[in-house]
Design a binder for this molecule. Structure first.
Ligand SMILES: [Zn+2]
Length: 667
């Protein structure tokens, strides 16, 4: 009997690993996420009932529940060397000439890879089982980040046994954060009042150095393998075949790796990616060119710090120069004052840039930006324009440093700097600027989704004093609205209908809409699922809040305090009295919607959904969210900066819809 259970557990693990392989290595999932979750739940249940069979390599054991005290050192058996850089075709040709000279012939070929902007990592497998993961560190000694790397689903805990596996196999590769995960993470951090990560590489590095691997697990990191380190017997006699072996072992390899027969082909490939890279779902900062055959690598050897058989080709960061015409200070919904530079419009990586956030006043001072300055702007992660440099030599005479405001630019009240933080806030709870932002957020599509309640109307409603809090929205009469400037009777009716329709939004949307400090959409979903009702959440003790997975002590305190504030309670009582019924939807899927049974692939950044939210919305519509476009895809939902999936959809003639059409389909 016990034998049978053990067998069943092992069979489930094999099945899950097989699906991980199809998903992460081949990018061809054969089952839906829901079916996958079901297998996973089945395994977890069996293991919980039979804990004697739990092993560290089980897919259920990726995330450790115990935070680390610190990181220990790992000495690399084979040093992790760095690479020399080139910046143009001439430098690449010079590299090739050195190779020809040293090898004494032109009989060699290259492998050209994307240089992913992440964190280099070394994975040590013993008898096919992941035992250690370490950062590069100084090349000789790195940090042991095994607990965190184990949470990355693209990293196999056990290699697949289709080939004979060397007893010792050190795999090197790059841990990276996909662009969509990076944008989502920074959004959450902004909501929580934490400083944003400058780029996906910093975000990935920061995520690997967290002591609590449960947080790392939520960061959506991914991985590509690209080399071997220490190895008991070689996998192949050249690099390209080694990468093919990697794939058969279940290690994800970047699909855009190409072979090149000579340096001219190398240069063509490198140049072709300077444009194409903008469509990838992750950032690359260049290309890596490697000699393919290992025996030739031996001959070429290494200088002190870099091998002579490989070189990187770096793309020039796309930058533009423009002038700061003025600096605005904006008030956010929690009172944070943000300086924003208004720029002379300029083209950068395909869009016109007119404004750039300066983030906070510490950052503004660090850069030393003044009105009238010529500045260099860059797109952080090719996404968000930011000022990277001030051309001080071009500064016009008579400019003055920009001073952080002593008063709120909107209401004139006192401001104060966060303790242990970089933000300056307006302290006035009645600040009209904050109220406007809170209402805009409340009505936004990711929250209460009140159509027709736009910025202009919110300005009118707040400035006339008709709306002083969320509850006032639900007291508005059609006749009052129709009395406003530029408001026809019909549009007034539309606004009232839209407000009415928002009364039944799901609980998590309502919690998000309140704009509780540190609580964004993702944490609101966790709270809604945990408590099931608004009442239970409002009455929760602080300890209970703090004990919920992924709700940290700061969040717990913030939620607790929010519901202890009498003013907030009054508004919520009024909202409930006005007929709001925020419900926690049943997990049961809707079977009849227009999207029921359809397969949808999402690409690019969406305005109103995080990746998690859109996947949930797709599932709730009875459809399936898939990660790759194939003939079986029914729709591709394309947002901002869609990747190569959009091209693929067009190629296959698959219907492409935008976010608005999607929202209409799920109505
Ligand atoms: Zn203010």
């Amino acid at each position: 009997m016990a034998k049978d259970i053990e067998k069943q557990i092992e069979r489930l693990r094999e099945e899950i690993r097989g699906h991980d392989y199809l998903y992460y290595v081949l990018n061809q999932p054969k089952i839906s996420d829901r079916q996958y979750d079901k297998l996973f739940a089945e395994l977890r249940k069996l293991e919980e009932a039979n804990p004697q069979f739990i092993t560290g390599d089980s897919p259920t054991q990726r995330v450790s529940e115990r935070p680390l005290e610190g990181f220990t050192n790992v000495r690399h058996a084979v040093p992790m060397l760095s690479m020399d850089n080139t910046y143009n075709a001439d430098e690449l040709r010079a590299f090739d000439e050195r190779v020809t000279k040293q090898l004494g012939s032109k009989e060699y070929d290259y492998v050209v890879e994307l240089k992913i902007d992440g964190v280099a990592i070394s994975l040590l497998y013993e008898d096919g089982i992941l035992v250690t993961a370490a950062t590069r560190g100084d090349g000789e000694v790195g940090d042991d980040v095994t607990a965190n790397v184990r949470t990355i689903k693209a990293v196999p805990l056990t290699l697949l046994g289709r080939d004979t596996i060397p007893a010792v196999l050190e795999v090197r590769g790059e841990v990276y954060m996909p662009t969509s995960a990076f944008i989502e993470l920074n959004k959450l951090r902004a909501e929580a009042g934490e400083p944003a990560f400058a780029n996906p590489r910093n975000a990935a590095a920061g995520s690997l150095k967290l002591l609590d691997s449960r947080i790392t697990a939520a960061r959506n990191l991914s991985f590509f393998a690209y080399a071997t380190g220490e190895i008991s017997e070689p996998l192949a006699d050249n690099h390209y075949r080694t990468l093919q072996r990697f794939q058969r072992l279940g290690l994800p390899v970047n699909p855009d790796i190409q072979r090149a027969k000579d340096i001219n082909e190398v240069i063509d490939i490198c140049f072709s990616w300077s444009e194409k890279r903008l469509k990838l779902g992750y950032l690359i900062d260049g290309m890596v060119i490697k000699i393919n055959r290992f025996e030739q690598r031996e001959i070429l050897g290494a200088t002190g710090r870099a091998p002579r058989w490989c070189i990187s080709y770096k793309f020039a960061a796309e930058q533009a120069e423009t002038i700061v015409e003025s600096i605005d200070v904006q008030v956010g919904k929690s009172g944070i004052l943000t300086p924003v530079a208004n720029l002379t419009p300029v083209q950068l990586s395909g869009t016109t840039v007119k404004r750039a956030s300066l983030h906070n006043f510490d950052e503004l001072n660090r850069l030393g930006v003044r009105c009238g300055d010529t500045v260099v702007i860059e797109k952080a992660g090719e996404i968000i324009p930011q000022v990277v440099e001030v051309k001080k030599e071009l500064r016009p005479a008579g400019t003055k440093p920009f001073k952080a405001p002593q008063k709120c630019p909107n209401c004139g009240s006192a401001v104060a700097k966060d303790e242990d933080g970089v933000y300056i806030r307006c302290l006035n709870p009645g600040c009209l600027g904050q109220l406007k932002e809170r209402l805009k957020y409340f009505a936004g599509r990711g929250q209460m989704d009140i159509e027709h309640l736009g910025t202009a109307l919110i300005e009118q409603l707040t400035e006339t004093g008709m709306v002083k809090n969320f509850a006032d929205l639900y007291k508005l009469q059609k006749s009052e609205l129709a009395g406003l400037e530029r408001m026809a009777e019909k549009s007034a009716g539309n606004v009232i209908d839209a407000i009415e329709a928002s009364k039944t939004r799901p609980l998590w949307r309502f919690i998000t809409a309140l704009g509780i400090r540190h609580i964004g959409g993702q944490s609101a979903q966790i709270l809604a699922e945990h408590f099931g009702s608004l009442d239970a959440l409002m009455n929760a003790r602080e300890e209970e809040l703090g004990s919920i997975d992924q709700i940290g002590p700061t969040m717990a305190e913030s939620v607790y305090e929010y519901f202890r504030n009498p003013a907030n309670r009054t508004v919520i009582d009024q909202l409930l009295a006005a007929g709001l019924r925020p419900q926690q939807p049943k997990a049961r899927l809707r079977q009849k919607g227009k999207l029921a049974g359809k397969t949808i692939v999402v690409t690019g950044t969406l305005e109103n959904f995080t990746r998690q939210q859109i996947e949930q919305a797709i599932r709730q519509a009875g459809a399936k969210a898939s990660s790759s476009v194939s003939k079986k895809t029914d729709f591709v939902l394309a947002g901002e900066n869609p990747g190569s999936k959009l091209d693929k959809a067009r190629e296959l003639g698959i219907e492409v819809i935008d976010e608005k059409q999607f929202l209409q389909l799920i109505e």
